[in-house]
Write a protein that binds this ligand. Structure first.
Ligand code: URA
Length: 317
């Protein structure tokens, strides 16, 4: 085995160790000891790492740099790529040193401030919500008299926009307007909305202090669930609003909101009760108030979820 192969194996082992540090315990990497490696065709294995499909942040938002130093990472910062092995101790051939130097020089040309840092990060990732140049007004203007999905022609009276405090620490996201919301042009004003107001008040907040929106802004006929093409057309706008509002916590009400924000399909009964992450924002899925109207026994679980939200917000003050 030549030295390039030995180095490659060392690199992979180092990456695997690093991934374990990050908590990827399920990684089933059966790496040979460097000296025992034999050349062979790559095998297709049923990998034990399940890639989690994530919604990209709003398209106009720029990626941020990932700090390779765990001490310097912001809470919630996630890794979209492995950090470079820049700190590797192994002596490098001269050409490698030249390449590294060139990389640093290229970074200096693109961003002089970066070179002054001790450990320049070389990997572009988007682990937290970056600064947005959007405003709620711009987003609303972009939505306009929307005809992007079939719902506009299926009895919609009004588009129901996000309302409340756009500087809120706490945001609620539901599924889509019902008949009352369609009538009044405001989210969560029907029976489910009145229950939501009580839920908000149960943790010591007023409705006006939080922000409330929906994945879909037009009422699906007969209050059916929005179709995937309908959520796909509307979701970008709520994601842009999240980037503007930058809440500390988002409570997603019901499966449609949870699945569309987190881009996972886990049942709401499994998702609820624990915080999830949306680009550094804590996300608490819980049952939809309309479901609580049908099954009031589930209110206890919602109360448990909301206590966690309240405690997190109090601690974060
Ligand atoms: N249900 C929702 O999901 N949103 C509303 O605005 C009203 C009811």
């Amino acid at each position: 085995m030549n030295s390039e192969q030995t180095n490659l194996i060392s690199d992979v082992r180092e990456h695997v160790r690093y991934m374990h540090e990050l908590g990827l315990e399920a990684l089933a990497a059966d790496l040979p000891v460097a000296g025992e490696a034999v050349a062979r065709q790559p095998e297709r294995s049923s990998s034990s790492i399940q890639p989690v499909e994530r919604t990209a942040p709003p398209p106009d938002l720029k990626a941020q740099r990932f700090s390779p130093d765990p001490e310097k990472r912001k809470p919630g910062e996630r890794i979209a790529a492995l950090p470079s092995l820049a700190k590797r101790q192994r002596p490098q051939p001269e050409k490698q040193e030249k390449d590294d130097e060139n990389t640093v020089l290229m970074m200096a040309a693109s961003n002089p401030a970066e070179t002054e840092k001790e450990e320049p990060a070389l990997i572009e990732v988007s682990p937290v919500l970056p600064e947005s140049t959007d405003t709620m007004e711009i987003i609303r203007a972009d939505i306009g008299d929307c005809t992007r999905c079939p719902l506009h022609a299926q009895g919609r009276k009004q588009i129901v926009h996000t309302t409340g405090n756009f500087n809120a620490d706490l945001m609620f996201i539901g599924e889509a307007p019902g008949a009352d919301e369609d009538e009044q042009g405001l989210p969560f004003v029907g029976r489910a909305g009145q229950l939501l107001t009580k839920i908000i008040e149960s943790i010591g907040l007023k409705r006006e202090e939080v922000c409330i929106g929906n994945i879909n802004r037009c009422r699906p006929p007969g209050n059916r669930k929005p179709e995937p093409e309908e959520t796909a057309a509307c979701r970008p706008f709520i994601l842009r609003e999240v980037a503007v509002i930058k809440p500390k916590v988002i409570v997603v009400l019901g499966a449609t909101a949870a699945h569309n924000l987190l881009q996972i399909k886990t049942p709401i009964s499994h998702l609820r009760g624990n915080f999830h992450d949306y680009f550094g924002v804590k996300v608490m899925p819980t049952f939809h108030p309309a479901y609580l109207l049908r099954d009031p026994h589930k209110k206890r679980e919602v109360w448990e979820d909301m206590k966690k939200v309240r405690d997190y917000l109090n601690d974060a003050k």
